[in-house]
Design a protein around this ligand. Structure first.
Ligand SMILES: [Zn+2]
Ligand SMILES: [Zn+2]
Length: 228
């Protein structure tokens, strides 16, 4: 379920453009499947994770949807100083998501695009300007579906001038990856908004995740599912 859009500011120091973060609740309903993150091994034998690669090359920030990251990272292994050869699917697994092989990815059909546009009356999901693009909130390589639940109509500005990313409000660890974002204040704010709107089911779920987060139980990324 799409909840709202969070703006992540760009970072000139890291040569990173601003990102739109599609805030979702239960990203699995958009086609995502989570797995135990799988580290990959450098030719030198070092076990690498996105975080370890960041320490090897702080000039470039890991970011699952950024080109530099997708194209094998262009980051040096901190052990041997070489650029490890890592394919895109390995990157996705290292992030804790099950990748969809490129050969299995299907394009969005004209009908699916029209349905998505209809849902927003042809307006950008973010600013209500006229939309000219339709993107998947959870990208196809991450299993993102072609259902209108996962499709975001965007205007030229919000398509061209931003990177695009998703994060699940019910999965606090996912927010560590977002520059400047703090999960707890955002989750609390959303909880209050849903409370005002009377969406009890979401309020109840957010209350549970907020309570568990307070007890720092969230080594488990599937935390919210255990409460049902
Ligand atoms: Zn190495
Ligand atoms: Zn827009």
């Amino acid at each position: 379920m799409y909840v709202t859009t969070y703006f992540e500011e760009g970072d000139h120091h890291h040569n990173r453009k601003p990102h739109l973060v599609f805030v979702l609740a239960n990203a699995e309903s958009h086609g995502l499947s989570r797995i135990e993150p799988e580290p990959y091994t450098c030719d030198c034998g070092a076990e690498l994770t996105p975080e370890i690669l960041d320490t090897g090359d702080e000039g470039k920030v890991s970011w699952p949807n950024c080109k530099s990251w997708r194209n094998g990272g262009q980051k040096r292994c901190p052990e041997c100083g070489e650029y490890p050869s890592i394919d895109r699917e390995q990157h996705i697994r290292a992030r804790g998501y099950r990748p969809t092989p490129k050969s299995e990815i299907k394009q969005i059909t004209a009908t699916q695009r029209e349905d998505a546009m209809e849902k927003t009356d042809g307006q950008c999901l973010v600013c209500n300007e006229e939309a000219s693009y339709v993107v998947r909130m959870v990208p196809p390589r991450y299993g993102g579906s072609r259902e209108s639940e996962n499709l975001a109509p965007l205007c030229d500005h919000h398509y061209e001038d931003y990177g695009h990313m998703f994060a699940d409000i019910l999965v606090p660890p996912e927010w560590n990856k977002i520059h400047g974002a703090e999960w707890r204040p955002l989750a609390t704010e959303l909880r209050d908004q849903f409370d005002e709107m009377g969406v009890d089911r979401v309020v109840e779920t957010l209350d549970q995740v907020l309570a568990a987060d307070k007890e720092q139980e969230w080594g488990d990324p599937f935390l919210y599912q255990n409460h049902h």
